[in-house]
Design a protein around this ligand. Sequence first.
Ligand SMILES: C[S@@+](CC[C@H](N)C(=O)[O-])C[C@H]1O[C@@H](n2cnc3c(N)ncnc32)[C@H](O)[C@@H]1O
Length: 243
Amino acid sequence: MNSPQEFDHHKESYRSDIDKAIAFSGQSHDFFTRVKAEYIVELLREFANERGASSPDARPLDVLDIGCGHGHIHPYLVQSNVRMNLSAVDVAATVVEEARLANPTVNYQSYEGERLPYDDASFDAAFTIAVMHHVPPAQWPDFLQEMRRVVRPGGLIAIFEHNPINPLTQWIVRTCPIDENAVLLWSGQLSRLVAQGGFVDVTSRYILFTPLDGPRYRAFDKAIGWLPLGAQYYVSARAPKSS
Ligand SMILES: C[S@@+](CC[C@H](N)C(=O)[O-])C[C@H]1O[C@@H](n2cnc3c(N)ncnc32)[C@H](O)[C@@H]1O
């Protein structure tokens, strides 16, 4: 079973371990990070537009990244055209320190992995990438309840996970040292947990069908998001408007 702070021990080798495990794809960790950033920005933009927050005088979205690691995705988010105050939290305190140095405009915190260090209803949106498979399964419902607690009524959540159906994903998880204790979640299983956690409008989409880069391949990715063969997937949902 994972120790909460095990990523402190992987802090020097995190990116190179992943790059080694995915080398066969011809792409680096950064490619996969950038693609996920594009999906998150798209979700946030749709959410902001729905709330009429796209006008220049509307307030920026308060967004939380749970299990942010080194914050590799943060530059893509803060430089996007969605205005946001980005906060991020992780159980690995030394990793959070590195993220803070790299991204001075992001508000970082570390915590013990149980109660998130934020007041109820602090954020418009919260996302988490490749974290839940490191959380012991018995704690998955509590992890989701904490997401729900810190997101405002009607707020957006998005959970990105590895797709256990994809054989290359399975191979990467088996060979990557940071995934030694991972317990992968199926998309349907995660969607059910999210719905049981009281979220509404639960939807899921498979992503990263090809390691090829560029707009044509991204359009292909988006067109077949229903096909359960992408390397990863995400589940998005809304906190109910009233409890
Ligand atoms: C595979 S890394 C992903 C990091 C980052 N989200 C990314 O995509 O680059 C998993 C991260 O989850 C963190 N983590 C594990 N359990 C956690 C928990 N209960 N709450 C928050 N973070 C957790 C680890 O410390 C690690 O930084």
